[in-house]
Design a protein around this ligand. Structure first.
Ligand SMILES: NC(=O)c1ccc[n+]([C@@H]2O[C@H](COP(=O)([O-])OP(=O)(O)OC[C@H]3O[C@@H](n4cnc5c(N)ncnc54)[C@H](OP(=O)(O)O)[C@@H]3O)[C@@H](O)[C@H]2O)c1
Length: 279
């Protein structure tokens, strides 16, 4: 079984690499393949003729995407299309990751796999086109949508400090912290997502779109409060409106991912506790 993990130095990619470590997957970072370059993708995929390709590579800077539209589309929209064509030609399976930001965020109950997307940010629009390209060009694909990923930060050039680590860092330097008490969605623990991805593929689930996140939803404030409670941190935490931190890209107000196809994963609080105790 030939497996390639693309974006292997990212937050999710590292966990996929760990989950598949006994199968000796090829771990490709940006120095091995540029997914936005069609001829590079065709050449590298054709050389290996993989059975399964996990694409965990993306342009994830949601705010910077508003001005770097071309880069966001090249990596998030065209890249998955190049991969889909090449992996399909090799008769392999493509596992691709997408986001809750493809939804408009108006629906308080959340969104199922079948609900119509209507992204409002450049990032969301580019990711939706990526999904469409995967569906258009491959016949064996899984599109796995997730939200609010947390876990060990990536180690690649574009790695960002994860939200959890960011808040822990802020708590070391500040006595008062403001957190947005809006934007309801489900945190997703990267190791849980990687395990669930493997289960979907090995369980030979029908090809298509899946929503995978930890059970339960929260605002950023509620997420932060749980982090500080678990760690016993006693800074003053203020709940503020989203408008308190003006950001270039609009965020969905409600983007709970309803999972209607798989067994639910453990609650996000349990996953968060495991992550914080492992640090
Ligand atoms: N993080 C979240 O909260 C979140 C939420 C919803 C959905 N998602 C989706 O989940 C997936 C995994 O996200 P993540 O947070 O693990 O990502 P990440 O940590 O930002 O890692 C992305 C990886 O992609 C690589 N990459 C960037 N451009 C590339 C290119 N042109 N060719 C090849 N590799 C390239 C980066 O390499 P360098 O570091 O060397 O640039 C990086 O290692 C993505 O599809 C993302 O859109 C993430």
């Amino acid at each position: 079984m030939k497996i390639i993990i693309i974006g292997s130095q990212g937050m999710l990619g590292q966990e996929l690499a760990r989950v598949y470590q006994n199968e000796n997957p090829l771990l490709w970072s940006k120095s091995h393949i540029d997914i936005s370059n069609k001829s590079d993708v065709d050449k590298k995929i054709n050389e290996v003729k993989p059975d399964i390709v996990f694409n965990a590579a993306a342009y994830n800077d949601v705010d910077a995407a508003e001005k770097n539209k071309d880069i966001a589309y090249a990596i998030n929209a065209e890249g998955p299309g190049h991969l889909a064509r090449a992996v399909c030609a090799a008769e392999g399976i493509l596992v691709h990751y997408s986001t809750d930001y493809i939804f408009n965020g108006d629906e308080k109950r959340g969104y199922s796999e079948e609900d119509d997307p209507e992204p409002r940010s450049v990032y969301g629009k580019s990711k939706l086109l990526g999904e469409k390209n995967v569906i258009k060009y491959s016949d064996k694909y899984y599109i796995i949508r997730l939200s609010r990923l947390f876990g060990k930060s990536g180690i690649g050039g574009s790695a960002k400090t994860s939200f959890v680590d960011l808040m822990l860092g802020l708590a070391e330097k500040n006595e008062v912290i403001d957190a947005v008490d809006e934007e309801l969605s489900n945190p997703t623990y990267a190791p849980d997502l990687a395990e669930q991805s493997r289960e979907i593929v090995e369980g030979k689930f029908p090809f298509g779109i899946y929503h995978v996140s930890n059970r339960g939803a929260c605002t950023w404030y509620e997420f932060t409060k749980e982090i500080f409670d678990i760690k016993g941190i006693s800074v003053k935490l203020n709940a503020v409106a989203g408008s308190y931190f003006p950001r270039p890209a609009p965020r969905p107000k409600y983007s709970i991912l309803l999972n209607t196809k798989l067994n639910p994963m453990r609650p996000w609080q349990a996953a968060l506790k495991e992550y914080l105790l492992s640090k």
